[in-house]
Ligand binder design. Sequence first.
Ligand SMILES: *Cc1c(COP(=O)(O)O)cnc(C)c1O
Length: 242
Amino acid sequence: MDEDVPSVEELRARLAEVRDRIALSAQRRGRAPDEVTLIAVSKTHPAEILRRAIEAGVTDLGENRVQEAEDKILEIGRERVGWHLIGHLQSNKARRAVQLFEIVHSLDSKELALRLNRLRGEEGRGLLSVMIQVDLGGEETKTGIAESELPELVQQVAACEHLHLKGLMTLPPFFEDSEHARPYFNRLRELRDHYRAEGAFADGPGELSMGMSNDFEVAVEEGATMVRVGTAIFGQRAGKKL
Ligand SMILES: *Cc1c(COP(=O)(O)O)cnc(C)c1O
C-alpha cells in the first residue's frame, strides 16, 4: 500500500499538469484559466494523502460519502481547504451533511431540497450552496434529476430560504472517447444560460460543475467552471469504482 502513496512533489507535478491542461482548454475558447476551479476528488484516499495534496497546493476537495468525509474533515479541518459534497446524498445523512459542508453538488430531488433547507435552518449555519445534478444521460446514467423536472426543482430551491442555488452539475455516461461527452456538457451550459437569463442564480453567473479525469478538457471547452478530478491527481482508486 504505502509504496503507492504519492509524495508531495509527485502530487505537485500532477496538479501542475492538470492545471496546464485546464488552462490550454480554457484558452482555446478564449476563457481565462482562473474561471475554472479545480476540485481534487479525494474519495477512498486516506487523510494523509489529502494533507499532502493540500501541501502541494490543492484548495478544494471533493468527497462523495458523508461518513467518509466527516472523518477526514474532523482530522484536517476547514482552514486551508474547502470541502465539496459531490456524491448522491441519502436523506438520513442530510443533517450531518448540512453541518459539514458549505456546498453540495448533488441536489437531485425536491424532497432533498426541502430537507436540506429545514435542517440548515435548524442548524443556524447560514445559506447552504447547492448545485442541481441534472441527468442528461437518461437510461445510461440515472443519476440526478431528469431534465423535464428541472424547472420545478429550480423553483423549489428559490423558495427555500436557507438554500442558495449556485449552479448545475452533471455526470455523463462514461465514454472511452471524451468527445462523446461534449453534447452533454454543451446541453448543461444551455440550461445554465437559460436559468441565468431568468435570474435563478442569485449571486453569480451560475456555476457549471462538469468534467472528470477522462473528460475535463472537453468540459472546460464547453464552459465548465468547476471540474472534479480524482484519478489524474491521486492515481487509481483501490477496489470497486465508486
Ligand atoms: C469519483 C468522482 C469524480 C472523479 O472521478 P475521476 O474519474 O477519478 O476523476 C468526479 N465526480 C464525481 C461525482 C465522482 O463520484
